[in-house]
Design a protein around this ligand. Sequence first.
Ligand code: SAM
Length: 286
Amino acid sequence: MEKLANPQKTIEIIQKNHFNFQKRFGQNFLIDAHVLEKIMAAAEITKDDFVLEIGPGIGTMTQYLAESAREVTAVEIDRSLIPILEETLASYENVTIINQDIMKLDIAALVREKNGGHPIKVVGNLPYYITTPIVMGLLERAVPLQSITVMVQKEVALRMQAGPGTKDYGALSLAVQYYAEPYLAANVPPNCFIPRPGVGSAVIRLTRRQAPPVQVKDEKRMFTLIRASFAQRRKTLVNGLKNAAELDFSREQITQALTDLGLSETVRGETLTLEQFAALADALGE
Ligand code: SAM
């Protein structure tokens, strides 16, 4: 099968199969071979790898993955794409297509079956409406993972890799960086897709950490504090935490914990590092 990564071939497949784009599934198909080469380089796929692809569409990226990896499982929610994928990927014996919602798939079971429980690589041009639940679901659940290399909305990629004190820094930055090391591999303009998305895109690789970069007694409490700190960005940390419905600390308790950590009473959450949030969670837990 000829490569799909160009506008002519993509349009031909779509028209031949009378395929209708479904907005609700976030369907923007890649039509640029250079972008696909950049994704492959960032993902560092080798013939030893089992790759899980999320949302193969008509199989454009799957063709590249099939050529680089040992085995690929591609999970696509849209039933009308399955016969198309069966045709475009017919010549690759190392590809399995699953018609499922990725949010409902038992990925740990798939990893056991396909890769003997060893860490896998996840790759995808993600549907933007569920980027965060997909990525955080993979990181938070105990799925054996080496890396996630995905196309996301550019703004989301910037938030994932942002550091303290920047405008993009927030709960997503801290959650992602607790589990993984982000690397922004490429910026991708709208004209690399059919149809063109209304936003810029970027390829980000998240390399799973072997161990978290900070020690904290209660991870859950730390992430509740983080979410509460950024829910009211413009407020001081004391006010943000004091007003949070899911927390029950007095102003005095929060001020005391900040003083013990050598932080000012007027500090804002957006300036705190992950280490400082971990220390604050421990201090408030005592
Ligand atoms: N990989 C293809 C490409 O690069 O041309 C398509 C990418 S498109 C941005 C996202 C794909 O994810 C679509 O094919 C869409 O139908 C699929 N998708 C959307 N939601 C999904 C879900 N919950 N589970 C699995 N696939 C999903």
